[in-house]
Design a protein around this ligand. Structure first.
Ligand code: C2E
Ligand code: CA
Ligand code: CA
Ligand code: CA
Length: 277
């Protein structure tokens, strides 16, 4: 028994060592990713309720490392957050997205709101409002074309600080939405004080919407609640016509998902949008 225990322990530490070795490798590769031009931003269209009109785009980061191959943001974003690299990377995404939105306005695409994911680490930086304003000024994008997607987690440790930060961004004209809504712990009393204009219904609720009565009820309730608070709703992860139909019936304002389009490189997004204008 004793021996087995020791073997277990050895196995466990070997696995942990492997994991932290991977993490070190990831962070050291990440450090150079921006300057070496390995990062790209893709854009996923967001549609109005009827599904015909593109009203927005979500900027999603892509990283191809020569050593590690294509790395998913689900893996490298947490490593970037732990190492602090999310600050330069996040600022870069914001600038790319703002620049692209401006280019599309100049190219005559119908106006769309550019949604950018914001890490809780970025959200805790006191100079965030100044940084955002500076990037918008330099890229020539009016603030109302930018939306910052925050997760419920940003407010968890310091709701008062989060409310102050949202007020400051709001004063500068930037829109904010709550991403992955329903998976976090934000209380309704906080939600009322948040300067957000839209809730993004998490894809985990959308997935089984056609078959699971509980998910139906949850999504229906979120949409009702949002409406009574004067907030818009967008559903993410919409993959089928059936999901779309249910969401329309419930009065969900906007949709996003593979049913319409995957996230696309900028040039392809532009083609896609032109074909629908
Ligand atoms: P998220 O913000 O919840 O983004 C939605 C994810 O769902 C994206 O994955 C998107 O490609 C994927 N998706 C879109 N439509 C569908 C669909 O119909 N079905 C399914 N199954 N998936 C769909 P992605 O691009 O791999 O990003 C994963 C997460 O990484 C994002 O989740 C976000 O939390 C984070 N992330 C991505 N880019 C950035 C960024 O620039 N900054 C920060 N802080 N986080 C980012
Ligand atoms: Ca998002
Ligand atoms: Ca999401
Ligand atoms: Ca998510």
């Amino acid at each position: 028994v004793k021996r087995e225990g020791r073997n277990d322990l050895r196995f466990f530490t070997a696995e942990m060592q492997q994991r932290s070795a991977r993490n070190l490798q990831l962070v050291s590769a990440l450090r150079q990713a921006l300057e070496r031009g390995q990062m790209q931003v893709h854009y996923q269209p967001q549609f109005s309720q009827q599904g015909g009109r593109i009203v927005g785009a979500e900027a999603l980061l892509r990283w191809h490392s020569p050593e590690l191959g294509q790395v998913s943001p689900a893996e490298f974003i947490p490593a970037a957050e732990d190492s602090g690299l999310i600050l330069p990377i996040g600022a870069w995404v914001l600038r790319q997205a703002a620049r692209q939105a401006r280019l599309w306005i100049d190219a005559g695409l119908a106006p769309l709101v550019m949604a950018v994911n914001l890490s809780a680490v970025q959200f805790r930086q006191a100079d965030l409002p100044r940084l955002v304003t500076q990037i918008l000024d330099e890229e020539g994008l009016p603030a109302e074309y930018l939306e910052l997607e925050l997760t419920e987690g940003v407010a968890m440790h310091d709701p008062q600080g989060a409310i102050a930060m949202m007020n400051s961004l709001h004063e500068r004209g930037v829109r904010m939405s709550i991403d992955d809504f329903g998976t976090g712990y934000s209380s309704l009393s906080h939600l009322k004080k948040f300067k957000v204009y839209k809730l993004k219904i998490d894809q985990s609720f959308v997935r089984d919407i056609c078959t699971d009565p509980e998910d139906k009820a949850i999504v229906g309730a979120i949409i009702q609640m949002a409406r009574s608070l004067g907030l818009l709703t967008i559903a993410e992860g919409v993959e089928t016509a059936g999901q779309l139909e249910f969401l329309r019936e419930q009065g969900c304002d906007e949709m996003q998902g593979y049913y319409f389009s995957k996230p696309l490189p900028a040039a392809q997004f532009e083609q896609f949008a032109r074909a629908r204008q």
